[in-house]
Write a protein that binds this ligand. Structure first.
Ligand SMILES: [Fe+2]
Length: 227
């Protein structure tokens, strides 16, 4: 795994890294783990994290400069993790400039408990706007753990799946681990991501590398390394 596609490492703009020192510590460790490129994805959530594309791009430039200055051999890019709600649908309708990575992949998340009313509409609108929808950590949503058949329907509509690597160590829950393993068995995973917010997540990442399912995931045709 050389490219990570999901993390919160721009300091001070969401619930991820708090300071530049935190960010640089984590990025140094990611480089030590073998990552060559980190596509970091701050939350964009209307009420809590109203981050704009412009601001994120400006801040990631500063981060890359600091990474270079302290001698960490790592390329840092930014996209975003959009929260799927009415406001996000509005951004899609307005054809706003959204941050994507690679071949126009757009990372989004949604509410954990219930299937959001906007799920199918959101996928359709993302695709209609010429982007490729990628759902962050499908294995963590209760409504998908309870009704995994929904996933197949969403995938048929063009949704790609990004599993959090540390789900495979049981970091979040037994249920999340089970669904992540299931998606790997069914070869439905397009991307792996660390979703790294802090040093605790990196520690879990190191433990995950030892698991059987991490090895199994590595044998999937993941898109990470084409970025
Ligand atoms: Fe995230």
């Amino acid at each position: 795994m050389m490219v990570d596609v999901h993390s919160h490492l721009i300091p001070g703009i969401d619930d991820g890294a708090k300071t530049m020192t935190d960010s640089l510590d984590i990025l140094q460790q990611m480089s030590d783990l073998g990552y060559q490129k980190v596509i970091t994805t701050p939350h964009v959530m209307h009420d809590f994290y109203p981050n704009t594309s412009q601001d994120i791009l400006k801040r990631v430039q500063v981060l890359q400069q600091r990474v270079d200055a302290v001698g960490i051999d790592l390329e840092v890019e930014a996209a975003a993790e959009y929260y799927l709600d009415e406001h996000f649908i509005k951004l899609l309708d307005q054809k706003s400039d959204l941050l994507t990575f690679g071949d126009n992949y757009l990372l989004f998340e949604t509410s954990f408990l219930n299937e959001p009313a906007y799920m199918r509409q959101g996928i359709f609108k993302i695709i209609s706007n010429g982007m490729k929808p990628v759902l962050a950590h499908p294995e963590r949503y209760l409504f998908l753990q309870n009704n995994p058949e929904i996933i197949e329907d969403l995938v048929q509509r063009g949704l790609l799946l990004q599993v959090n690597t540390i789900s495979l160590s049981g970091y979040y829950s037994k249920e999340a681990r089970k669904l992540a393993e299931n998606l790997i068995d069914k070869k439905m995973v397009s991307f792996l991501g660390t979703d790294c917010h802090n040093a605790k997540h990196l520690k879990a990442m190191v433990e995950t590398i030892e698991t059987r399912y991490f090895a199994k995931a590595m044998r999937l045709p993941l898109l990470n390394n084409f970025l």
